[in-house]
Ligand binder design. Structure first.
Ligand SMILES: C[S@@+](CC[C@H](N)C(=O)[O-])C[C@H]1O[C@@H](n2cnc3c(N)ncnc32)[C@H](O)[C@@H]1O
Length: 294
């Protein structure tokens, strides 16, 4: 059954590779726990890109034990790591915090949220800033009734810091595990004013115009891992989104913790000027936020 699903999902790999070889490669890449939860559509795209760039390696796809096959697995995993897997701080089982959250009140309610947020590198860095940050953002955009969060990771768990009584929240990511977790979280939060839905979505093959309408779209620390080269996809997303504001953020420190030489992204400022979209900028310790008016 699993094999049949993979066959369906891998249709777009170059034509001169046979189906069972494609399946073997996908299964090998996903054998490692770190990549297990990345949606197949994205893994498939990275395989296709890699084999298109290295067609001489296609002949090794039926040689699972060979060095060359192992190198293909390594190279695609390295790309997936950049896109996705470097964003978690620990292997903590976060479901335990959800269980406690069901009955938590007052201090414990916020504590459980913080414990979950601390397991994501970006959310952890933002933890002491979230409250002030949302206040500053909403002073520009007004408090939203509906938010879309693209490449959301665990950011939706920062809801208590938004200080909004009733909010519709659409959360999208390619990480199947995070999406499952968020749907469980949203169930618990239903009677606390948060009406949320989380869905698997690969932005590289999505019709952006079909996403729900919203007051604000969050794209926090998403655009750098989304596009290795160029900014075409970022521009398409920003142009086609049906939201009143878009909040885009970037890290201002490297993964090793060093301050970047050019923390502001000149390209996005030039692009927004070119397509006539006004923006404000907010900076916190490790991150810069562009609040874009559509
Ligand atoms: C650095 S994390 C940021 C998470 C969250 N936005 C935050 O700032 O707390 C980048 C997120 O983008 C997601 N992502 C990467 N490529 C994606 C794609 N093609 N489609 C949807 N999400 C993607 C990853 O799974 C990951 O959760």
């Amino acid at each position: 059954m699993l094999k049949r699903c993979m066959t369906y999902l891998l249709k777009n790999v170059p034509n001169n590779i046979n189906m069972s070889e494609k399946n073997t490669l996908l299964l090998n890449i996903k054998k490692n726990k770190k990549y297990k939860y990345i949606d197949d559509s994205l893994v498939k795209q990275e395989i296709t890109k890699y084999l298109n760039a290295n067609p001489n390696l296609i002949k090794f796809l039926d040689k699972e034990k060979s060095e060359k096959f192992k190198n293909i697995v390594k190279a695609v995993r390295a790309k997936l790591h950049l896109i996705h897997s470097s964003f978690k701080t620990s292997k903590t089982n976060i479901d335990q915090y959800l269980t406690k959250l069901r009955t938590a009140k007052n201090k414990e309610y916020l504590e459980m949220h913080d414990k979950i947020l601390e397991t994501s590198i970006s959310a952890k860095e933002r933890l002491k800033h979230y409250k002030g940050l949302y206040k500053k953002i909403f002073a520009i955009t007004k408090k939203p009734k509906t938010i879309i969060d693209l490449g959301c990771g665990l950011n939706p768990i920062s809801y208590p810091y938004m200080n909004i009584k009733n909010l519709n929240y659409y959360a999208f990511d390619i990480n199947t595990k995070d999406i499952g977790f968020l749907n469980n979280y949203f169930k618990i939060m239903k009677n606390k004013g948060l009406n949320g839905k989380a869905k698997i979505l690969n932005l590289k093959n999505t019709n952006i115009s079909k996403l729900p309408k919203a007051d604000i779209c969050l794209m926090l620390k998403l655009l750098d891992p989304l596009e290795a080269k160029g900014h075409k996809l970022s521009e398409t997303i920003i142009t086609k989104l049906n939201t009143k504001h878009i909040v885009v953020s970037f890290a201002t420190k490297t993964v090793t913790g060093r301050q970047m030489n050019y923390p502001y992204r000149g390209w996005i400022e030039r692009m927004l000027n070119r397509i006539n979209l006004k923006f404000n900028k907010i900076t916190i310790e490790n991150e810069v936020f562009y609040i874009i008016k559509k």
